[in-house]
Write a protein of this length. Structure first.
Lengths: 477, 573
């Protein structure tokens, strides 16, 4: 029976575990930092030498750690892109703007074990020659900001932060910056703009890749809370040992935020790929199954922007067979291992590892209406396709969900969404269009039936198709 | 972002170094593109797809991109499908087709390999061998989709919109849009007729949120006064303080606005742009000499707009200069030839003046000219003065310079006056001398052009002592009231000529409208007067007159009217 594997959340819900530094130290805290700072120079076979910082950077790469924020990009590779020859300071920003609907993992760390994040950040900063770092925390987490500031103060008092950290001559300052309530501030270049005091308009790439032209046009690393926490564990365990967790190319552990129609919603830390979607939903250690009498309808597997998966779907996945050859294998939805690559092959993504479960009591039209209203509300409005398209989608789904639908709305919605994805400045275009594209594609019959029913009702005397007023208004943020 | 751009200095005369180029294909046509292009501040930057397309003669539609503003990349109108040479990951060598040509990998969505992916041409650098498909089916579809998005919430009020006729939404809709709309939802409503500042009105519903106005105000005018409020489709351009968008460059945002969102309070609802005749001219409000286009209809000037000249004003001009045109059409313009207060004719008045000036003893004539006159007129006045041994000068007009365009010298042609010998290093230095000579009775004839000398050191009481006060001007003033001979002159918009700006740029300007009543361009009647007084033949065309002047005035040596382009030439000052 699959179980949780608690690496990040090891102590988090233990009775008596508190977010102060004394408790963290009692549980072995900051050992990773001490170990990192004492890293010896590594002699390579070809006579090359790696500096202690380079050793840690190499180890993060070797650990296979992939970003836990959403894109799942190799953290070590991201660090390797940093322009270290520009002569400009290098900044590190912890992205704590956790806002993807369904996601509530980073807030557990921030609220219950802030020093784990601080330690991971200090190691990451040291390894990347960063002297100034920021934690950009979601504005709706004032308590988290308070706890982080407290943790930073304690770390400073204990010599882990500030000037001459642990006598090594390494200086680092970390500041907490609170967002003001916009989802787009979690997009890394939007976050950087916001941190600079501007409207969080994501930057165009090229030329503004954060690794080269980030915060204040300096090289910048932006990592998710959970990702930074893993760095400490990589240092503590060693890269090779860490890489044994999880599955190849999907190493380590992840905290899964499980919500929706399951008996035990919550956050569960798993070895990546060692637990299937079905186990997450049904096993007593995890979701504990659906509510009595209900059947599974759909799973949104990686935060609200990931493409929905339909109950009963079977996917063709590349698997290494017994003969060592790659082969396509049929994998039913509930047998999908919860990891980066399997979900990508299933046509969706593990995103921010937020699994939203929908049972047969849910209307897909109404669910999409809810999601689309969120994305219309959160579109920053910088670039045309998303600005106009996101609200258009929301109005159309709202209309369909509220009795003013048309049979043609399924195609209408898909066409609008297709004109957004891939044409915007940032990935919000995908976030706004993917739910629509996947909902309509996989539940087309439901959308068409709703539209047809509305048309039939109107034919019996209701008025013509006309815009239904949206709840969202310009002053409703 | 950085310091506001100054107009680029005039290009150095030496031969430019050889340009390094890159080979790309645009719509199937191979083109050599210089590897770098100047950015908005003139700094060389890697060439973009948009610039490569221009090199191939292909115009990629865009709203937010502007050559002289930082790149924003927000309108997405310039999305184009493209391809790059395929590389063998193992050998790092290009993969070839059977015919030996490089195999091209077309851009596709990473998560949906069957769907083309566009890149914004305005900000995407080219790479060797890149192919840009600016007219492919996928590109056209992307364009059409962006236009559809821009139009769904647009009020479609072209019939009452000032931008109609020069609107990029209209133009691109015709070229790339759809005939019908499938939008069945309620439109977003936004503020109308917002009083942004003393000269600007904003219609937020027409706005396409390209942010050109914001970038101009912040990065060019140095006034971070505009921004966006609200979010998503409700985004709204707003001034930091409503009604307080009030720097001296605000009207440039009206030019920059690709749609009818920003309108000029001075111009809105007055004239359909397609009725306007456009004449190339130069602004006369200061010594910078911003290049302008005069919009006129049926003899009435309706607006000035900046005309791009990187050697002078770039694409901008100041608000005070732009709005300084109404005097041209003033009802009290001088329109009659008056001799001692009685209406006369040009021939009678000029005959009388010819006789008087011919007979005047050496030293009894003085000339106060204006640096608002054209170089050709100043040159003729100098000839007249030389014949009569007259002391000459012009009136200085100083103000405060700003950091962008406005020069401290508020005369448009101080250098013209200097180079023709009318005035000296310090203009106006000899006016007290002239006043004293009138008082002393040595100067009996004073020639005044375009200035009210009673405000510049020659009081009315002094003027009263003259035997002859020969005045030419455009509008009445205390000096014209005292004139024995008053000849009505023409505004710059009513004639052709040249000015030499503070930096030595000689620029010609064209006639837009007719002078009122009997008024004539000064150079025309000065030519007749010079002919009468000196007996020398001159030229009765502006071309001939200019070329004659160029032969005689050293600073203009080698110049010919026909060879001065629309943006002028540098002369040594």
């Amino acid at each position: 029976m699959p179980e949780q594997f608690k690496l990040i959340t090891k102590h988090i819900d233990e009775l008596g575990y508190t977010p102060d530094i004394a408790c963290y130290l009692r549980h072995g805290g900051y050992a990773g930092l001490k170990k990192a700072l004492a890293t010896p120079v590594r002699e390579l076979a070809e006579g090359k030498k790696l500096s202690p910082q380079e050793v840690v950077r190499e180890d993060v790469k070797a650990s296979g750690l992939r970003g836990r924020g959403g894109a799942g990009f190799s953290a070590g590779l991201k660090w390797s892109f940093v322009d270290r020859r520009s002569g400009k300071p290098i900044y590190l920003i912890c992205n704590a703007d956790e806002s993807e609907p369904g996601t509530f993992k980073d807030r557990q760390i921030i609220h219950k074990d802030p020093h784990q994040l601080v330690e991971g950040m200090i190691i990451s900063c040291w390894a990347n020659d960063v002297k100034l770092a920021y934690i950009y925390i979601r504005g709706e987490m004032p308590e988290g900001a308070r706890l982080l500031n407290q943790a930073l103060k304690e770390a400073r008092e204990n010599g882990f932060l500030g000037k001459n950290i642990l006598g090594t001559g390494f200086d680092l300052e970390i500041h907490v910056h609170r967002g003001a309530g916009a989802y787009i501030c979690g997009e890394e270049t939007g976050l950087i703009e916001s941190l600079e005091g501007k409207r969080a308009y994501p930057r165009i790439k090229p030329p503004y890749f954060p690794a080269v032209l980030g915060l204040y046009m300096c090289p910048t690393i932006v990592n998710n809370v959970e990702t930074l926490c893993h760095v400490t564990h990589i240092v503590n365990m060693g890269a090779a040992e860490y890489a044994k967790l999880g599955t190849p190319n999907n190493t380590g552990t992840r905290i899964v935020s499980l919500s929706g129609d399951v008996m035990r919603p919550g956050y569960y830390e798993i070895q990546v790929g060692k637990v299937t979607l079905g186990e997450l939903i049904h096993d007593a250690n995890f979701g504990g199954g659906l509510r009595p009498g209900r059947t599974l309808k759909a799973i949104i597997p990686g935060g609200s922007s990931s493409k929905v998966l339909k109950a009963g779907e079977v996917f063709k996945l590349n698997r290494k067979g017994a003969d060592g050859q790659m082969a396509k294998v049929d994998v039913p939805l509930l047998d999908l291992p919860y990891d980066f690559d399997s979900l990508q092959q299933a046509g969706t993504m593990s995103g921010s590892s937020a699994v939203i479960v929908l049972d047969d009591s849910r209307s897909m039209v109404e669910t999409l209406g809810n999601l689309s209203e969120f994305y219309a509300h959160e579109s920053c409005g910088q670039c045309t396709p998303c600005r106009e398209g996101a609200l258009w989608l929301a109005k159309a789904t709202h209309r369909l969900a509220h009795g003013e639908g048309r049979k043609a709305d399924a195609d209408y919605l898909s066409h609008i969404a297709q004109n957004i994805q891939g044409r915007t400045i940032c990935a919000f275009g995908e976030a706004a269009s993917w739910p629509v594209l996947s909902f309509v594609k996989k539940f087309r019959d439901e959308f068409e039936a709703k539209g047809a029913a509305d048309e039939a009702a109107r034919a019996q005397g209701a008025g013509p198709v006309h815009g239904v007023k949206m709840a969202a208004s310009p002053n409703h943020h | 972002m950085s310091a506001p751009a100054q107009p680029a200095p005039a290009p150095a005369p030496q031969a430019p170094p050889p340009v390094e180029t890159m080979t790309v294909k645009v719509n199937g046509k191979t083109v050599q593109v210089p590897k770098t292009h100047p950015d908005w501040q003139g700094k060389p930057q890697p060439a973009t797809m948009l610039q490569a397309a221009r090199c191939a003669g292909v115009d990629i539609p865009h709203y937010c991109y502007h050559d002289k503003l930082p790149v924003a990349g927000n309108c997405r109108m310039c999305l184009v499908e493209f391809g790059t040479p395929m590389m063998d990951p193992a050998t790092r060598k290009p993969v070839l087709n059977e015919d030996g040509s490089p195999k091209i990998a077309k851009s596709v969505l990473p998560y949906e390999p069957g769907t083309p992916r566009g890149a914004i041409a305005c900000a995407t650098p080219i790479s060797p061998g890149m192919e840009i498909y600016a007219d492919s089916k996928a590109t056209l579809q992307m364009r059409e989709a962006v236009l559809e998005s821009l139009l769904i919430n647009h009020p479609l009020d072209c019939p009452i919109c000032d931008q109609a006729g020069e609107c990029k939404l209209q133009e691109y809709s015709v070229q790339h849009g759809q005939a019908g709309s499938r939008f069945v939802e309620a439109k977003v409503h936004k503020p109308k007729a917002v009083d942004l500042g003393p000269r600007i009105v904003l219609d937020d519903e027409r706005c396409v949120l390209c942010t050109r106005c914001i970038r101009f105000s912040k990065d060019i005018a140095g006034d971070d006064a505009l921004g966006i409020v609200n979010r998503g489709s409700y985004n709204t351009i707003s001034a930091f303080e409503t009604g307080k968008f009030d720097n001296n460059y605000t009207l440039n945002t009206v030019d920059l606005c690709p749609v009818g969102a920003l309108t000029s309070k001075d111009f809105r609802f007055k004239m359909r742009v397609w009725f306007l005749k456009e004449s190339k001219s130069v602004c006369t409000s200061c010594g910078t000499g911003c290049n302008i286009t005069i919009g006129s209809r049926e003899g009435v000037v309706h607006c000035y707009e900046p005309r791009e000249n990187d050697a002078v004003n770039g694409p901008w001009m100041c608000d005070s200069g732009r709005l300084n045109y109404k005097w041209i059409g003033r009802a009290d313009r001088l329109r009659e030839v008056l001799v001692r207060g009685t209406r006369s004719t040009w021939s009678a008045a000029l005959q009388d003046l010819t006789v008087r000036l011919s007979k005047a003893p050496a030293g009894s004539v003085a000339v106060v000219a204006s640096s608002r006159q054209t170089t050709e007129e100043l040159y003729l006045l100098k000839k007249l003065a030389a014949r009569t041994g007259a002391t000459t000068d012009s009136v200085a007009r100083e103000g405060e310079a700003d950091r962008l365009l406005v020069a401290a010298d508020r005369n448009p042609n101080s250098n013209g006056a200097r180079l023709t010998g009318i005035s000296f290093t310090e203009a106006g230095i000899r006016i007290p001398e002239i006043a004293a000579a009138i008082e002393a009775g040595t100067v009996k004839t004073l020639v005044v052009f375009g200035e009210d000398v009673t405000k510049h050191g020659i009081p009315a009481a002094t003027l009263a002592k003259l035997e002859t006060l020969f005045v030419s001007d455009i509008l009445p003033n205390a000096t014209t009231a005292l004139a024995t001979h008053l000849l009505p002159g023409a505004a710059h918009a009513e004639k052709r000529g040249t000015f030499v700006n503070v930096k030595g740029r000689l620029q010609k300007f064209m006639k837009a409208v007719e002078a009122p009543g009997d008024a004539r361009p000064e150079w025309e009647f000065l030519h007749e007067l010079v002919h009468g007084v000196t007996g020398q033949n001159g030229y009765s065309t502006i071309e001939g007159l200019f070329n004659q002047m160029a032969r005689e005035v050293p600073a203009f040596a080698g110049l010919e009217w026909a060879k001065i382009g629309d943006t002028g030439v540098d002369v040594k000052i």
